[in-house]
Ligand binder design. Structure first.
Ligand SMILES: [Zn+2]
Length: 267
């Protein structure tokens, strides 16, 4: 059994390469390289834009203005780590998504629920931090480890065929799920926390995050949208945000004093 030793060393180096730490200090399983996943994100974004109508003009400028203010508030290394882009899609459901590589989308339906630039910043800030915390990589890696097998990844140079479709599904772009498969609660809580601080650092009023989730919850009514169902409960989410509001308001004040006063006209 002489092969056991090299195999064990190989498995160990895979395990080491696959273990990263999220911005909140949590251990993560990330089996896919960032470059590989960014490429998949770009392809998925391209495909998505071919399949659904986008909106330009003042609406796009508004969303772009909020996204740019948030991205400029990131530390340079994080800012430069992604190819940040955002598009507005003509769709009634109040949804938004972010793909590895920094490719983001916001539905027109969301712009009715997020009623001002600060509420919109709460959504986009949340999406940006999903990207920076490598949540998609973690989800793809977990699903790969449990269901797909590593061979799928090595053959997934393109997104054609069954393997590619499984990867797309893991990225959250599977047709059967509509726009976006929900992230886990743990990922949602992490994105809420980091997104709250990011919006404050960019000079958006962090208290708007509470109003946003209030609107979201009211809009869902008795039957919340599917992607909300795996999110933290409304009460839990509000409680967590309130617990961090003091710190967030301090950051907001410092950002305003430093001249970060975003003014994005809502069409
Ligand atoms: Zn989320």
């Amino acid at each position: 059994m002489r092969w056991i030793k090299p195999f064990a060393i190989g498995a160990l180096s895979l395990a080491l390469a696959a273990c990263t730490t999220s911005p909140t200090g949590r251990q993560q399983l990330t089996l896919v390289s960032d470059a590989q996943l960014d490429q998949m994100g770009a392809q998925a974004f391209e495909q998505y834009q071919q399949e659904r109508p986008t909106v330009g003009g003042a609406t796009h400028r508004y969303v772009q203005c909020v996204a740019s203010a948030l991205v400029s508030a990131l530390p340079p290394r994080q800012r430069e780590s992604q190819n940040w882009q955002i598009r507005v899609f003509e769709a009634e459901d109040a949804n938004a998504f972010a793909l590895p590589g920094g490719y983001m989308g916001v539905n027109t339906g969301l712009l009715k629920v997020a009623r001002n630039q600060d509420q919109l910043a709460a959504v986009i800030g949340h999406e940006i931090t999903h990207v920076l915390a490598r949540h998609a990589n973690e989800r793809v890696s977990t699903q790969t480890a449990t269901q797909l097998g590593l061979s799928v990844l090595s053959s997934a140079a393109g997104l054609e065929g069954a393997g590619g479709q499984q990867i797309m599904g893991a990225l959250g772009m599977g047709a059967q799920y509509g726009i976006l498969m929900p992230f886990s609660r743990r990922h949602e809580s992490e994105a809420d926390e980091l997104g709250l601080y990011l919006m404050a650092d960019a000079g958006f009023d962090p208290r708007a995050s509470l109003a946003l989730w209030e609107n979201m919850s009211a809009q869902g009514g008795a039957r919340p949208p599917a992607w909300l169902s795996s999110h933290p409960s409304h009460g839990q989410r509000t409680q967590d945000l309130q617990a961090r509001m003091h710190e967030a308001l301090g950051r907001y004040e410092r950002a305003r004093q430093a001249g970060r006063t975003p003014d994005c006209p809502r069409p």
